[in-house]
Design a protein around this ligand. Structure first.
Ligand code: AMP
Ligand code: TRP
Length: 345
């Protein structure tokens, strides 16, 4: 396959409480990749409206996710931070991809099935087409690497299928326009480490999620030390002490989850954590986990509060990022139009 310049892209929806799962599964990876790659990080507001949103809440969530990116250590000057709706090429390429993706492919998407629930007839068309928009987000920059949590794996596979079908279907035109044998790269998911799927603190078999009605199910990035301590103390566990080896976590989802969280927060492996805490009671382990989580998340929460107090400054960051993102996206879209046979100015 043709060689593409390595470029990182990822997105987070501005839909309420950013939590420890978003942080460990995605945002910490975004931060680390800045050292080795050019990165584009997007607040995906077009994705958010696939389900109903209150306009004022949406506006403040867009600013809050932006603040979280920056508070966690993303540098919006060296890299690009912006919100999706300011770069219309996302929606434009998504339409093209709606015409590339097959109904059969979208019918397999488990996230749609979960989110649409029983009343599928009443789900928005946007919720169904969501993965084609996600593919457009990535491919409008011809990005090659996509850090995400485990739940996005299937959507990434679909993005690869769309890229490949576009490259195949339009092969001769792609070559005729000087792009060799492939116009789009096959974007690679980066799903690594001990916390690619952080589970609910109330139920170790359910994903930690922004929309869980129980706030005790998750640790929010804006939780203060008291809230973090309470939630960890109340987190569901089983009566056994911690095992000293990973195999001992097998049928213990809550224990596995807390050990995974501890490992990710301390940049260690589950094995390292069990070497330290094997044989300990949960009360001891939870006390250490509270200290660790407060030390890591406390400063992020206060920095987010400081940043969101100045919405104009956040909007300026998004405007600057959008301008730089647009320059890349426009170029891709011009080429896509040429390849498809559209007449353009
Ligand atoms: P979302 O909030 O759905 O836009 O997700 C933003 C990012 O966080 C995506 O890369 C997700 O895969 C990741 N993510 C969301 N929930 C979790 C979780 N419980 N564990 C790990 N990663 C997650
Ligand atoms: N669908 C992703 C989520 O819910 C968010 C997202 C939208 C995304 N576009 C993306 C992630 C592009 C990575 C790349 O978590």
């Amino acid at each position: 396959m043709a060689a593409f310049k390595e470029l990182v892209f990822s997105g987070v929806q501005p839909t309420g409480n950013l939590h420890l799962g978003n942080y460990l599964g995605a945002i910490t990876k975004f931060v680390a990749l800045q050292e080795t790659h050019d990165c584009i990080y997007c607040v995906v507001d077009l994705h958010a409206i696939t389900v109903p949103q209150d306009p004022e809440t949406l506006r403040s969530s867009i600013r809050e996710v932006t603040a979280a990116f920056i508070a966690c250590g993303i540098d919006p000057k060296k890299h690009i931070v912006f919100n999706q709706s300011q770069v219309p090429e996302h929606a434009e390429l998504a339409w093209v991809f709606n015409c590339v993706a097959r109904l059969g492919w979208l019918n397999r998407m488990t996230q749609f099935k979960e989110k649409a629930g029983k009343d599928r007839e009443n789900a928005s068309v946007g919720l169904y087409a969501y993965p084609a928009l996600m593919a457009a987000d990535i491919l409008v920059y011809r990005a090659t690497h996509v850090p995400v949590g485990e739940d996005q794996k299937q959507h990434l596979e679909l993005a690869r299928d769309i890229a490949q079908k576009f490259n195949n279907d339009l092969g001769p035109s792609i070559a005729a326009h000087g792009f060799g044998e492939a116009f789009f790269p096959q974007p690679e998911p980066l799903i690594q480490g001990p916390a690619t799927r952080v589970m609910s603190l109330r139920d170790g078999t359910k994903k930690m999620s922004k929309s869980d009605p129980s706030d005790y199910s998750r640790i929010n990035l804006t939780d203060d030390a008291d809230a973090i301590a309470q939630k960890v103390r109340k987190a569901k566990t089983d009566p056994e002490p911690l095992p000293s080896e990973e195999a001992g976590l097998a049928a213990r989802p809550e224990a596995d989850n807390l050990v995974g969280i501890y490992a990710a927060l301390s940049d260690a492996s589950r094995e390292d954590v069990l070497r330290q805490f094997g044989g300990a009671q949960f009360s001891t382990f939870k006390a250490s986990l509270v200290d660790l989580a407060v030390a890591k998340l406390g400063p992020i929460g206060s920095e987010m509060k400081r940043l969101t107090a100045d919405p104009a400054a956040i909007d300026a960051i998004l405007a600057d990022g959008s301008e730089r993102a647009s320059a890349i996206a426009r170029k891709t879209m011009d080429s896509v139009k040429d390849i498809l046979g559209f007449v353009r100015r």
